[in-house]
Design a protein. Structure first.
Length: 356
């Protein structure tokens, strides 16, 4: 088995930047739900939007429609981005359903809003951005079920969305949203609802694919990044276990301060929806996956790609050595982040070309 430890050797450009900004990031073990949400709402999202605003396409080149999706007696919001057809262009576009990141406990429609507007117009894709419900108020599998309901809603409303799933139908997500995207892709594969409108691809950006307590014995020699990257910047092992603990139980919030995640874990770590790496992977739609080298989640992403490839699924993998989880959003000025942006566009175009 090849040793991948070298992938966690810090990228020189990132390492130099990190020495200047690390004081603005929380110390491992001090994250709370409230602090994570505050940082997301007041720091991360405004910074991402400010970075992308100069690159926004003209307002006349796309339409935004706000809508809702019924979910078990409630409703969740979706934001639909539709390119305005150009002269001679088909009025129906490929359909991509997007699931934001945020560790399952934070994030909203604004997180990737500008990013998705840019991609929609540039790549001529209709995008449905899903505001799934967050843990701990809505523990697993609520958020996952919301995402699946949104995928079905998108398929049922494709015509209203100016979309045609036959031209391409992709489920995509980042981080915790990538976990949902993987689980949703498996569920849709086995659901007769999608027989006439199958997913044609799935996109996973720095995904979480297996619970830290559910690493299969036969793959433990490959799943070393949880230890090799335990002290990684941005998201290390302590932070990752915190997110999993909040996501998969329904304990009162104060308990999170005094309890280990196993003390009030209600979801089984081996639940196949919680750990989609453990699911059978035959007949999945083609995969495009992006993996960060200095990320505790690195090896499960690499293993997932290999297992799908060995099952005959078409895959495309990009790895970014020496940078941490979600580096592209936190440090967009890095050259490797600029490569990420080129790669995601190439990956989407590849999926639209190969389909299933």
């Amino acid at each position: 088995m090849a040793d991948r430890a070298y992938l966690s050797d810090p990228d020189p450009e990132f390492a130099e930047l990190w020495t200047k900004v690390q004081g603005f990031y929380p110390t491992p073990g001090t994250i709370t739900v409230a602090s994570q949400r505050h940082a997301m709402a007041s720091i991360v999202i405004p910074r991402v939007m400010a970075t992308l605003q100069p690159s926004l396409p003209p307002e006349f080149s796309y339409r935004i429609n706000e809508d809702t999706v019924p979910v078990d007696g409630a409703k969740i919001a979706v934001r639909c981005i539709q390119p305005v057809p150009q002269d001679g262009e088909s009025p129906r576009f490929p359909l991509l359903v997007w699931l934001h990141g945020g560790g399952w406990i934070s994030g909203n429609l604004d997180f990737d809003d500008f990013y998705l507007r840019i991609l929609s117009v540039e790549l001529r894709v209709c995008i449905v951005n899903v505001d799934y419900r967050l843990a701990p108020e809505h523990p697993f599998p609520t958020g996952l079920n919301d995402c699946y309901a949104a995928l079905k809603w998108s398929a049922d409303n494709a015509s209203k969305l100016s979309a045609s799933p036959s031209r391409g139908f992709i489920i995509a997500g980042a981080s915790g949203g990538a976990h949902f995207a993987a689980a949703v892709a498996h569920r849709a594969r086995d659901d007769t609802f999608f027989d006439s409108r199958k997913l044609t691809g799935h996109i996973l950006q720095v995904p979480s694919l297996v619970h830290p307590q559910a690493h299969p014995e036969q793959y433990k020699a490959e799943l070393l990044s949880l230890e090799q990257c335990k002290d990684a910047p941005v998201v290390g092992r302590t932070s990752l276990e915190f997110f999993f603990g909040v996501f998969s139980h329904s304990c009162p919030l104060p308990s999170l301060i005094i309890l280990n995640m196993t003390d009030c874990l209600q979801a089984d770590p081996f639940d196949l929806q919680l750990s989609p790496l453990l699911l059978p992977h035959e007949n999945l739609p083609p995969l495009y996956i992006q993996v960060a080298g200095f990320d505790p989640l690195r090896d499960e992403g690499l293993l997932y790609e290999r297992l799908l490839r060995e099952c005959g699924v078409r895959t495309k993998l990009d790895v970014y050595p020496g940078v941490p989880h979600a580096f592209h959003a936190s440090f967009p000025q890095l050259n490797i982040s600029k490569k990420w942006e080129v790669d995601i566009r190439t990956g989407i175009r590849w999926l639209l070309a190969v389909k299933a």
